[in-house]
Design a protein around this ligand. Structure first.
Ligand code: PMT
Length: 226
């Protein structure tokens, strides 16, 4: 897009997947490559936005003209997101955030011992960053957009998730079985808190990103013009 319809706007995008450490060498993680989040950051910058990209464990080059904040864990992402959201017009949570983290962190590498059964890994809940950002908007009219990675009952789960998280838009994409994670392409249905539903055809992650920014720009414009 050559249209600078996000000029003067500050957008925050999260990308990648959090890692929750067990010991100095091991973590619980997920398959997010960060490609979808980086595509959102790149396209927003191309449309004139000031972009803060919260990047969790992504091995992609930093997009030109974008402020990158690196994080590892869900707790670090939450801190960075709350800080960046304070000045943002739009927050898009494309990162895959771990719902749980290990209860204990072993300061030295966990050892295996002959004849001793491994201890189970105890988990505690991580905060829901998207729900928090949606509930406590840092400024009036701030738009909060979530992603939903679903493997089954995609639309029904998406609707329920939108209601639970309280965001304005939820981009529901199917994952697993060679879908979405790590690929250059994606497809989705964008659900709106106003009941709207927009299907985005399979294509490059940049195209899906632009379709999301189209919906965001329309909402920002509508709010401005009453
Ligand atoms: O990175 P790629 O390889 O390109 O893959 C892209 C993607 C599949 C990771 C991406 O398109 C995507 O779907 N991201 C969201 C993944 C996810 O965590 O979905 P979820 O359904 O578990 O979470 C729903 C929403 O809540 C997400 O916006 C997530 O960022 C947010 N969340 C989840 C848990 C939590 N504790 N805090 C959160 O903010």
């Amino acid at each position: 897009t050559a249209v600078a319809d996000l000029a003067g706007r500050h957008v925050v995008v999260s990308a990648g997947g959090t890692r929750e450490p067990l010991d100095p060498v091991r973590y619980l993680g997920n398959r997010s490559s960060g490609k979808q989040g980086y595509a959102l950051a790149t396209t927003a910058a191309a449309r004139g936005a000031r972009v803060t990209l919260l990047s969790a464990n992504v091995e992609l080059p930093a997009p030109a003209g974008v402020d990158v904040v690196k994080v590892t864990t869900a707790l670090e992402l939450r801190e960075a997101a709350v800080k960046a959201a304070a000045e943002a017009d739009v927050v898009v949570m494309a990162a895959a955030v771990a719902d749980f983290r290990p209860t204990d962190y072993a300061a030295v590498k966990i050892k295996k011992r002959d004849g001793v059964e491994p201890a189970p890994i105890a988990l505690v809940r991580n905060p829901d960053i998207l729900a928090e950002l949606s509930e406590h908007r840092a400024r009036p009219g701030q738009l909060v957009v979530g992603f939903a990675a679903e493997t089954d009952q995609v639309l029904a789960n998406g609707r329920a998730k939108l209601a639970r998280k309280g965001c304005d838009l939820l981009v529901v994409n199917e994952v697993g079985d060679g879908k979405a994670f790590g690929l250059d392409t994606n497809e989705a249905v964008v659900l709106g808190a106003d009941g709207s539903e927009r299907a985005i055809a399979p294509g490059p992650k940049e195209d899906l990103a632009d379709a999301v920014w189209d919906l965001v720009a329309a909402r920002l414009g509508a709010a401005e013009h009453g």
